[in-house]
Every structure is written in C-alpha cells, then in structure tokens.
Design a protein around this ligand. Structure first.
Ligand code: 5HM
Length: 319
C-alpha cells in the first residue's frame, strides 16, 4: 500500500530491476520481467512523480486523460503532446490499440458509452455492483507480431464501497518506466472523474499487471532514478477535481484545447475562461506547452497564476 505515487514508482522499479524473474525479448525488445504484479495506491490523486531526474511531462498526462474522455483515438490530438506516439500508429491517422477513448466511449458496433453506463449503474442501479467494468482490450485485435498497436489494458473496474469509489486496472502488459507513470496518471484521473460524476469520495486504486517489465533501453535510466534521491520542491498539495465536473465541462475543455492547439487563444483569453480554477489550470498547462512548442521560454505570467503544485514540474522539464 502506498500513499503517494513517487514511492510506489520507485519500489516497483526497484523490484523489477533487482528481483526480476525473467529476461526475454518479445517482438525483439529485451526486457526484465515480473509476472502477476499487484500494487495499491491509497490516495489516487497523488499521481505525480516528484523524482527530479524523471522529468514527468504532466502536460502530456492531462492531455492523454482528456483524449480518452474525447471518445476518439485520433493521432493528431495526442501526437501534438507526444510526437513519439506516431510510431505506434499503423495508418498515420489513428491509434486503434493505444487510443482507449474510442473503446471507453464508443465501444463496438453499437458505439456503447461505457463511462456513462458505469456511472448510471453505480449511481442509479446497484451501487454495490461488481459489474461496473470498462472493457478496453478486444478479442478482435490482431495479436500477431505484425500489429504494432495492441491494447495493453484489458479493462478498468469501478467498485463503490463505503461511499468511496475504488478502481482496479487489469493490464496484460505494462512498461514500468515509461508506460506505468502515464497509465496510473490517466486511469486514476478517470477514477476521479467518475467519482466526481457520481458525487462520491475517491477510494483506492489497485494496479494489476500480467507482465510488468523494464526494457533494456530504459534500464540504465531506471537505475539512475533509483540512485538519486533528489526530488523537485513541492510546497503545495495535490490538486483535486471539483465535484460538479460534468460532460458539458469536458465538452468545453475539449473545444478550448483544440483552440489552444490552433493558437487561437491569447494569455488574456486564458486568464478569463469561464471555468473553475482546476480546469482553467489544466488548459493553462496546454497553453504553456504551446508556447514552448513554438519556441518561446516558459511564460512567467502564466506560471504566476497557475496552481503552484504544477510550477516545479514545468520548470524541471522546460525551465
Ligand atoms: O508487445 P506488446 O504489445 O506487449 O508491447 C506493447 C508495450 O507497450 C508493452 O511494453 C506495454 O507494457 C507497453 N504499454 C504500456 O505500458 C502500452 C500501452 C498502450 O496500450 C500502455 N502502457 N498504455
């Protein structure tokens, strides 16, 4: 059990690097691996890695989470925040395996919105249910090695117990250095969103993985992280998503995100958005990121008004 992500992350990497069970090379990529891994985060909003050397890209993390809530799997959105994801797209247009949004909100031929369904079940049908599952992996995916993008997440389960919303994620495979940091962020963000929609408190998050591994290509970096105890200064407390966040909020956020990406919003527009501070700050992260992308320095005026919790992450990565 962990109260914060930083220690969960470090202990997981330590276990894999020093107590691995197998060394193998699926699809030709050497890795160290543990099988049947399970770990719990007691405070899911504490989804940030304070390790200075890791330089977590929190802008990408929020973008990926909102991309999932967009219900789409388009490459254009996510590759703006992580150009490297282009290499997982089989057609240069979409990410059929990695773009979980399309599965979450438009599943199968009936384009089932699984997120709205779990909210309805837990809110109105059977709060004690153990059927509130968001299915991601599909038996129809091409599992042969020719397919470069197969879903790593089988599904996410929501369990409302004693008025708190818990989540269990089930992954067939998880890259502990790169993937896990991003996956735990976006999954616990979904958990927090669903809790906000139900109007309940957030419980714990359990991460359940078939094969958890560290690739040879990042092994050295994982060891460096384990050898360094330096953390980024963090005076604030983790930001909490406001109760009252609704599908309308998400629609608005996605519209603004697209305007930011297109360069349509000025700093003054950003400072005057009609949104709660929490969501204004998430959009401000996107706006700051665009400034970096177009070659500007970290904009001081934006850093001054954004939640101080985010500042050290921005400075550590782009300062
Ligand atoms: O050969 P395979 O399909 O398992 O390779 C996919 C790699 O991406 C694995 O190392 C898996 O752990 C990682 N991955 C991840 O950690 C992929 C996705 C995308 O679904 C993810 N997390 N979300």
């Amino acid at each position: 059990h962990y109260t914060n992500f930083t220690s969960l992350y470090r202990d997981t990497l330590h276990k894999i690097c020093f107590e691995y069970e197998y060394v193998n090379s699926p699809r030709g990529n050497k890795e160290r691996e543990l099988i049947g891994f399970n770990i719990r985060l007691d405070n899911p909003p504490d989804r940030f890695c304070l390790s200075k050397i890791r330089k977590q890209n929190i802008v990408f993390n929020y973008a990926e989470a909102l991309w999932y809530l967009s219900g789409k799997n388009d490459l254009a959105f996510i590759s703006w925040y992580a150009p490297s994801m282009q290499r997982y797209s089989p057609d240069g247009i979409s990410l059929p395996g990695t773009g979980y949004g399309a599965r979450l909100k438009n599943f199968g031929a009936d384009t089932l919105d699984q997120i709205e369904r779990v909210i309805d079940i837990l809110k109105n049908d059977d709060p004690d249910s153990k059927r509130a599952v968001l299915q991601i992996f599909s038996a129809e995916e091409d599992l042969y090695r020719r397919n470069i993008d197969v879903s790593c997440t089988l599904g996410l389960q929501l369990l409302l117990r004693e008025e708190k919303l818990n989540m269990v994620s089930y992954m067939r495979a998880n890259d502990a250095y790169v993937g896990m940091l991003n996956d735990i962020f976006s999954f616990t963000f979904l958990q927090e969103y669903i809790a906000a929609r139900i109007g309940c408190k957030i419980g714990h998050y359990t991460h359940q993985v078939g094969s958890i591994h560290v690739y040879e290509s990042t092994h050295e970096r994982a060891l460096e992280l384990l050898n360094s105890n330096e953390t980024i200064p963090q005076p604030g407390t983790v930001p909490l998503m406001p109760i009252g966040t609704s599908p309308t909020t998400i629609r608005k956020l996605l519209e603004y995100e697209s305007e930011i990406r297109s360069g349509l919003l000025t700093f003054n527009d950003m400072a005057n958005l009609n949104l709660t501070t929490y969501w204004r700050d998430v959009l401000m992260l996107f706006w700051i990121y665009r400034q970096i992308k177009i070659g500007n320095a970290l904009p001081q005026k934006a850093l001054e008004i954004i939640n101080p919790y985010y500042q050290p992450f921005l400075i550590n990565r782009w300062g």
